[in-house]
Write a protein that binds this ligand. Structure first.
Ligand code: DC
Length: 229
């Protein structure tokens, strides 16, 4: 029996480009599933810390990427809840430490390969919005629509700053800008699956645009490909 075609929208881009917000809004509009692939890399880093792994232990982290037990759920107020091996790690997951750890383990091909099957398992009817760095290039090259979302480094640092401040974190804009620049460099120069637009990706520069304006652009692109009404 032929399996029905499950449409995929891939949304890639650097940290702070607004991928998370845009992907969530598009998935909600379409009523599709959402894959936050960055969360998987963050979870591998957190799982390694929790097990007391040597930060350089590639095989150990790859094994965790295969075996860790991850649950993406919603709490009583409709908020996102992420559990790692039964432990609620929702706020830990969004910390800068987890982000830096994720960027480190994401440079290892063994970890990326170990996460492939997990990511592909998200392809479920009626459709999937996949958010990450290599969704359109490596994980879902067959995606029906590929978006590459950018924004200037200053704007991305400002957005992260506001996000973290709103959560009550004590951060400095200068330190964040430096960390974003470091992470960009590592993510785009690594040997495997570096951050770059797929040849057939639609580029959207969100500098100076509101989240809603970007969502409308993505929805229009999806509409022109008959992905939704
Ligand atoms: O999007 P994010 O900040 O949650 O991602 C955390 C790190 O994970 C980021 O520095 C790069 C890495 N990552 C990746 O290499 N490939 C993906 N598909 C998603 C994230």
């Amino acid at each position: 029996m032929m399996r029905p075609h499950v449409p995929i929208v891939a949304i890639d881009g650097p940290s702070g480009s607004g991928k998370g917000t845009i992907s969530r809004a598009v998935a909600r509009y379409a009523g599709w599933h959402l894959l936050d692939s960055g969360a998987l890399y963050r979870l591998v880093a957190l799982a390694g810390q929790a097990r007391g792994l040597d930060p350089q232990d590639v095989e150990g982290h790859a094994a965790l990427a295969r075996t860790m037990n991850v649950e993406f759920g919603v709490g009583p107020q409709g908020e996102e809840v992420v559990k790692l091996d039964g432990r609620d790690v929702t706020s830990e997951l969004r910390s800068e430490t987890a982000g830096q750890g994720a960027s480190r383990v994401a440079a290892w091909p063994e970890v990326r390969t170990a996460l492939l099957a997990r990511q592909k398992a998200f392809v479920q009817p009626p459709g999937l919005v996949a958010d990450g760095r290599d969704m359109g290039t490596v994980v879902f090259p067959e995606a029906d629509l590929k978006i590459f979302l950018t924004a200037s480094a200053e704007e991305r640092a400002r957005r992260r700053y506001k996000q973290l401040k709103d959560k009550g974190s004590d951060v400095s804009l200068a330190a964040l800008s430096r960390e974003i620049a470091e992470r960009d460099l590592r993510d785009s120069t690594r040997a495997v699956a570096p951050l770059k637009p797929a040849p057939d990706a639609e580029l959207i520069d969100s500098t100076g645009l509101s989240a809603d304006e970007v969502v409308q652009k993505v929805l229009a692109l999806g509409r022109s490909r008959s992905l939704w009404p």
